[in-house]
Ligand binder design. Structure first.
Ligand code: 13P
Length: 341
């Protein structure tokens, strides 16, 4: 019981109004793709520079309640030798950790994947707890195509998420469960809404079946969007309506909070859409952002891997965090923001 009380405190801290989460949890391979954008080779020192600049940016604590890290970065330190979790804790930002080990194809299921990473998970969690992590993330990937997602793919990913969430809560770590419905494709928004609702319904039925404490859990969801190849793109209000309808159909009200991934939307669209969702008024769950690309891209394009640009890039990071913190409250004014693209 004591552990659960602590987890409820963690949820409340992560879902503080006017704040959100930075997902700086790219695997070493994916971090390389970010560095490629600024023409830096994917080497440990460059990954460290990248994360150090993000985590030490002055003022981010005003807008960030948590930062999700990856196995190599939670063990990493600043040039001065301060461990990254301590850098965040000193600012009052909660350290988090991505614990899944990526996806594997499901044989016989065209293009569908299942997330790996349950082996030794309890031991890994205990170690991450000692390193300062108080929340975690596991990402499942759901693809929309003519004959996907299949129920089999949705179900096995839901079971993996439930098992991960059980183990996290046993250790006293708040699980973020992330079933990402992928934006790529030519589906329309209605199809995305149907798929998202079904995925969330099966996920929550499974979490309940496995006796996961929903109040000590956060859902990380995609927004309901027409596929990036679909010629009809929706307005922020349409996206907000479709997304909230899917949640109300599927997400029990006791869930501790809902956070969004940006999913390949431009930073500006991700911010505008969060703003439209907040403008729909109070919901049964606190809702905020947990973006990676939508927050990191403005930083990276300013930084360009050059130390001369570092200060300016940190200011851009702060700007992206601030705009999303405003959007979380429905107070973002896109027409006045010339910096986010
Ligand atoms: P994006 O915001 O770039 O979609 O990343 C969020 C995330 O955590 C994906 O797992």
């Amino acid at each position: 019981m004591k552990r659960n009380a602590k987890m409820y405190e963690t949820v409340a801290a992560l879902m503080t109004p006017g704040k959100g989460i930075l997902a700086a949890d790219e695997s070493d391979g994916t971090a390389g793709k970010r560095l490629e954008m600024v023409h830096l080779p994917n080497e440990p020192e460059n990954r460290q520079d990248f994360r150090e600049l993000l985590f030490t940016a002055p003022g981010i604590e005003e807008y960030l309640s948590g930062v999700i890290m990856y196995d190599s970065s939670i063990r990493n330190s600043t040039d001065d030798g301060m461990p990254f979790p301590d850098v965040l804790l000193a600012k009052g930002i909660l350290p988090g950790i991505k614990v899944d080990m990526g996806t594997k194809e499901m044989d016989g299921f065209r293009g569908e994947v299942v997330t790996q990473g349950l082996d030794n998970l309890e031991e890994r969690f205990n170690e991450y707890y000692d390193l300062g992590a108080r929340f975690a993330k596991w990402r499942a990937v759901i693809l929309i195509d003519e004959d996907t997602p299949t129920d089999a793919a949705i179900e096995i990913n839901a079971v993996m998420l439930a098992r991960y969430a059980q183990i996290a809560q046993r250790v006293g770590i708040v699980p973020i469960v992330e079933p990402e419905v992928i934006f790529a494709g030519d589906h329309d928004i209605l199809r995305a809404e149907m798929v998202t609702s079904r995925v969330l319904q099966i996920l929550f039925q499974t979490l309940i079946k496995y006796k996961v404490d929903l109040g000590a859990l956060i859902l990380k969801s995609s927004m309901v969007l027409a596929g990036d190849m679909n010629s009809e793109q929706s307005t922020p209000a349409q996206i907000a309506n479709a997304t909230l309808r899917a949640f109300h159909m599927s997400v029990p009200y006791e869930v501790g909070g809902i956070v969004f991934l940006s999913g390949g939307q431009t930073p500006k669209r991700a911010t505008e859409n969060l703003n439209a969702i907040a403008k729909m008024g109070g919901q049964p769950w606190p809702i905020t952002f947990s973006y990676s690309r939508a927050i990191e891209e403005p930083f990276l394009t300013t930084w360009q891997g050059k130390s001369a640009n570092a200060e300016e890039a940190q200011k851009m990071l702060l700007h992206a965090c601030k705009m999303n913190a405003l959007a979380q409250q429905g107070r973002y004014e896109p027409e006045k923001d010339s910096k986010l693209k």
